[in-house]
Design a protein around this ligand. Structure first.
Ligand SMILES: Cc1cc2nc3c(=O)[nH]c(=O)nc-3n(C[C@H](O)[C@H](O)[C@H](O)COP(=O)(O)OP(=O)(O)OC[C@H]3O[C@@H](n4cnc5c(N)ncnc54)[C@H](O)[C@@H]3O)c2cc1C
Length: 383
């Protein structure tokens, strides 16, 4: 009998899962539900936010992917007893359910953040930031809060757009930027940001944000015309709403097969508590590994889930310069990490959308609707 597999979320984990499952030729009927009509290459949205890249080049319409049924809808709930996902277009049944709903930004309870800043966690956010930047004078003060990957790359990208007189401040509460990287790379990133006109404030803890002023715990303050908050993620709140007892980050606890406490419900990527950092590389590998495991199960075989191999971190700082670590020992700064990051994105696009799209992306040519493809339906929702 054909097994109905329903995947919630067509991000890195969901798409990797479906692509690998298709390759296994299992007897399955796969349904993907996502609020958007397209997959977003989330790791690159900062380029769209800064206005340096067309949105089409990093969103892949699900209609261009074969082999599964796609439903564009907002997921709103789950009924494990009847094995139904509740959505804005009605219930969808499943035999096996994959939760790949990603994460959301968190304000850590800092007053004024929700009301007075923009967040960056998806295409809609990126377009909102881009539109605000477009409406500002080129030297209007911009504050980016968060010295992790997202904040650093966004600040660099806005610096690239505006030039050395850019009036951008990157604020981080910890003593250093990019805490996951070696000191030599943190310092390299800081120098590069300086060259792009980004003023870096570390050890600056934010107490509250007013309409046009960010206040620090030491009593100082900084005015802004636009502030972007890029200070951390939590799992999608739907995980808790589904009745799963989550960890502190809102993630679903899972076993070694990525099974949640609910029968035949698996979780991966930013939705799952696996002890791994919330990264595209973890979500992507978990999706592919889980697909192999489930395909084997359907053939009556038990196949242990392959472990995720974290291969390093690459940070793009303005397209021709980056910093990165490959494995635990190789630290590199300059053109190489920037090119490697672009190659990584192209490799993912190859998986998700094919070789032509990947090649066009790598060489900076228009992709998607910008290259003559179908425009995508924006649909409902906030991502
Ligand atoms: C700006 C930014 C930069 C990043 N840079 C990097 C990087 O350089 N390297 C790296 O490894 N990681 C990076 N990350 C993290 C990485 O993107 C995530 O860890 C990864 O996308 C998680 O994959 P996922 O499949 O769990 O979820 P996602 O890729 O977030 O996909 C979740 C999907 O669920 C859908 N969805 C959510 N809620 C609903 C709902 N209620 N109804 C219907 N659909 C819904 C969304 O539309 C989306 O398609 C970055 C993240 C951001 C935000």
């Amino acid at each position: 009998m054909t097994t109905r597999i329903t995947v919630l979320g067509g991000g890195y984990g969901g798409v990797a899962f479906i692509k690998k499952l298709m390759a296994q030729r299992a007897d399955v009927a796969v349904t993907l539900i996502d609020r958007n009509a397209y997959h977003t290459v989330l790791t690159e949205v900062h380029q769209v936010a800064a206005g340096n890249r067309a949105p089409e080049s990093i969103r892949i319409p699900f209609a261009e992917m074969d082999g599964f049924r796609f439903i564009q809808a907002e997921v709103t709930g789950l009924n494990p007893a009847t094995r139904e996902v509740l959505t804005t277009v009605g219930p969808v049944e499943y035999d096996t359910l994959i939760l790949a709903l990603g994460g959301v930004d968190t304000d850590f309870g800092v007053p004024g953040v929700r009301q007075n800043t923009l967040m960056l966690h998806g295409m809609r956010d990126a377009l909102a930031i881009r539109d605000r930047l477009n409406g500002l004078p080129a030297d209007a003060p911009v504050v980016v809060a968060g010295g992790g990957l997202t904040g650093v790359e966004l600040a660099a990208e806005i610096g690239l757009r505006r030039g050395a007189t850019s009036n951008i401040t990157l604020v981080e509460g910890a003593p250093t930027l990019l805490p996951a990287l070696a000191g030599v790379l943190q310092r390299g990133a800081r120098r590069r940001l300086g060259a792009l006109g980004v003023n870096v404030l570390t050890g600056a803890k934010i107490a509250r944000v007013d309409e046009q002023m960010v206040h620090f715990t030491d009593g100082s303050a900084l005015p802004f015309a636009l502030m972007v908050w890029a200070c951390g993620v939590r799992a999608n709140p739907l995980i808790a709403q589904f009745g799963i007892a989550t960890d502190r980050g809102g993630r679903a606890p899972v076993d070694e097969y990525l099974r949640t406490e609910l029968p035949d419900v698996y979780a991966l990527g930013d939705s799952a508590a696996t002890g791994l950092p919330p990264t595209a590389q973890a979500a992507n590998q978990q999706g592919a590994n889980l697909a192999e495991h489930i395909a084997a199960l359907l053939r009556g075989q038990i196949r242990p889930l392959r472990p995720v191999q974290m291969r390093g971190t690459l940070v793009d700082l303005g397209h021709i310069f980056g910093v990165g670590s490959l494995g635990d020992t190789l630290h590199t700064a300059g053109l190489l990490p920037a090119l490697l990051k672009r190659a990584n994105v192209a490799k993912w696009l190859w998986t998700a959308a094919g070789l032509v799209t990947a090649t066009r992306y790598f060489f900076g040519l228009p992709v998607g609707a910008a290259a003559g493809g179908k425009p995508v339906d924006e649909g409902q929702g906030g991502m």
